[in-house]
Design a protein around this ligand. Structure first.
Ligand code: BTN
Length: 254
């Protein structure tokens, strides 16, 4: 996987571990010193991979690409609204570049093909101990899952081997995703999510469909009409337009 960076080597530094608990946890707990490059930590296997809402991200040898990127914000940066949506968009573009058809984004940031989950994204913010604000962007992409893999996802999961005649190597996929991440994060840093909102909405898996949001305390149903400039989900409900902020909610077709 080490050759993944190619000409991106001036922008990213890449560390690859044969095994670790979670690449997100590693970067959160032990962020490497800032050498001006964006640090990427990939693991061939995670023993305690984490997903959103306290879920587990399972891995099997050779079954997927799992890595995290430490993205440091400039000191004046505002709260990074919409960041996780931007990451989903970058993953979607990389997949489209490979020829994957029908890539869709499920708010806030699952990547779906034929309604099934191909990739997951976990963005966690880190700050403190004299360090500036940073985001640890964790990405897991299913490459070739074992036939008997049991993954708990309401509409099922899919891998790249089922979408492409010749799926990419993990290193090629990593290079493509990092190139897109660099491109989209630069746009995001200079112009915010507003500049990328249209591209996200073009891939919205639930555009104009009835959905329900499962929250901790209550359930909300409505028609998904897109996202706003902060990346909040917009639902048309009988009571009017409602904004749903990223958090512990999940989106299901109603
Ligand atoms: C989700 O779909 O709930 C998010 C899954 C994120 C998984 C990736 S794999 C690399 C990184 N390390 C982790 O522990 N999680 C993320």
């Amino acid at each position: 996987m080490a050759e993944a960076l190619g000409e991106l080597a001036g922008v990213f530094s890449l560390e690859i571990l044969p095994e670790c608990d979670s690449t997100n946890s590693r970067l959160l707990d032990n962020p490497p010193p800032d050498d001006g490059r964006v640090h990427v930590l990939a693991a061939e296997r995670q023993t305690a991979g984490r997903g959103r809402r306290g879920r587990v991200w399972q891995s099997w040898p050779g079954a997927g690409l799992t890595f995290s990127v430490l993205w440091r914000f400039t000191p004046a940066a505002h709260v990074p609204a919409g960041l996780s949506l931007v990451v989903g968009l970058a993953v979607a573009r990389a997949l489209e570049e490979l020829g994957v058809e029908g890539v869709a984004l499920k708010w806030p940031n699952d990547v779906l093909i034929q309604g099934k989950k191909l990739a997951g994204i976990l963005v966690e913010l880190s700050s403190g101990r004299g360090r500036g604000l940073a985001a640890v962007i964790g990405i897991g992409i299913n490459l070739r899952m074992p036939a008997d893999a049991a993954v708990d996802y309401p509409t099922g999961v899919i891998d790249l081997a089922s979408c492409l005649a010749s799926p990419p190597s993990p290193s090629r996929l990593l290079g493509l995703v990092l190139a897109q991440l660099q491109r989209f994060l630069e746009i995001y840093a200079s112009a915010g999510f507003t500049a990328l909102r249209g591209a996200w909405q073009q891939r919205n898996a639930f555009a104009d469909l009835p959905v329900r949001i499962l929250g901790e305390a209550h359930e909300l149903t409505g028609t998904c009409v897109g996202v706003d400039d902060d990346g909040a989900l917009l639902l048309q409900t009988p009571e009017g337009l409602r904004r749903v902020l990223s958090g512990d909610v999940s989106l299901r077709l109603a």
